[in-house]
Write a protein that binds this ligand. Structure first.
Ligand SMILES: Cc1cc2nc3c(=O)[nH]c(=O)nc-3n(C[C@H](O)[C@H](O)[C@H](O)COP(=O)(O)OP(=O)(O)OC[C@H]3O[C@@H](n4cnc5c(N)ncnc54)[C@H](O)[C@@H]3O)c2cc1C
Length: 315
């Protein structure tokens, strides 16, 4: 059965007018690129998410879970199935150090603000990174440890205690941190279509001045090296880290930093980031990705692998 034939079923089960058709996906991503979704549903509660997934799985409707769209590139022809935007809200303190957040909560904007106000550290490292809680767990969100040493990489797994998930088999379960088999830019969610409904973090009480110092320094670090999303929409690093070398450094060595194709460009301050200079298409971004991969392979012999996800249909 086609998606169009399934829309009345989705509307009957999820509520009239909750299925939006032909919604442009570009504004729902940090790249501001991408065509329309055939259908879009905003899951505002865990029950919403479970119900829509049950229907989509039962009726084999192609679907994709979208957070803030900060780690994906959507094709110019859009997504031919159902986009499920994760907007599950809610932040609850379980005791003095543990906080539970809905998977659609934006780690930076909401959760960091509220936990730092209580002098709780652990999430503050990730200030300035656009992400929902669900997206952060999918990718094991990471950033450098506090200054001045910046001695190691901090990962969100370090403060994650447990998650409520809707499993690939269709059960709602609470799983602990070990379940996710976290690695660098990796969790088990890359292999299994389990969906995070909420996450519980165990945080460290820390003097608020220390937390504020790290936040200020991390925002400064980002400002010096990363694009300001207002000016340069992007999806963060395009290529996976190459241990000890850095994908950005290799692209820079090939003279591609600042290279522009159409309305997309390799960012002038950081060559592992491609930015939308205004009205860029996914095709232009893909052309720059291929240019970087081919040039680095031919000149330096390294294989650049993409870190971002590609969603929908590309020209
Ligand atoms: C300017 C900028 C800077 C960045 N800096 C960093 C950085 O320093 N460190 C870093 O680690 N990342 C960084 N990123 C990448 C990005 O912020 C993270 O990958 C982020 O976690 C993506 O979250 P999201 O909600 O936008 O996920 P999306 O991009 O919407 O989705 C990413 C993947 O997660 C899946 N997903 C989303 N929600 C769920 C859920 N509830 N359950 C299961 N799967 C789910 C999606 O289906 C998709 O496959 C940066 C990005 C930008 C734009």
């Amino acid at each position: 059965m086609s998606l169009a034939e399934n829309i009345p079923v989705l509307e009957r089960e999820l509520g009239q007018h909750r299925i939006e058709r032909g919604v442009l996906l570009a504004p729902l991503t940090t790249f501001h690129i991408g065509g329309p979704a055939a259908a879009l549903f905003r899951a505002r509660t865990a029950d919403d998410m479970v119900r829509v997934l049950q229907i989509a799985r039962e009726r084999e409707i192609p679907h994709f879970i979208l957070g803030l769209g900060a780690n994906i590139l959507v094709g110019d022809l859009g997504y031919p199935g159902l986009i499920i935007r994760n907007e599950i809200a809610g932040i609850d303190f379980l005791d003095d150090v543990r906080v539970r957040a809905g998977a659609g909560v934006q780690t930076f904007r909401d959760l960091i603000d509220i936990t730092v106000a209580r002098s709780l550290g652990g999430l503050h490292h990730y200030v300035g990174i656009p992400s929902t809680v669900g997206g952060a767990i999918w990718q094991n969100l990471h950033f450098l440890s506090p200054p001045p040493e910046r001695a190691r990489t901090c990962f969100i797994q370090e403060v994650l205690e447990s998650c409520e998930i809707f499993t690939a088999e269709g059960e709602v379960r609470t799983v602990d941190q070990a379940y996710f088999r976290f690695g660098y830019d990796y969790s088990i969610l890359h292999e299994r279509p389990d969906i995070v409904l909420s996450a519980t973090f165990r945080l460290d009480p820390q003097p608020i001045e220390e937390l504020r110092y790290t936040i200020r320094e991390n925002l400064k670090w980002r400002d010096e090296r990363h694009p300001d999303l207002w000016l340069y929409p992007c999806a963060g690093s395009i290529f996976q880290k190459i241990e000890g070398i850095g994908a950005g450094r290799l692209i820079d060595e090939c003279g591609l930093k600042g290279h522009v194709y159409g309305n997309a460009g390799i960012f002038h301050k950081h060559a592992n980031i491609i930015v939308n200079l205004g009205g860029a298409t996914a095709r232009e971004v893909r052309t720059l990705i291929e240019l970087a991969q081919n040039t680095v392979r031919e000149r330096l012999g390294y294989e650049l692998r993409t870190e971002i996800g590609f969603v929908g249909d590309f020209m």
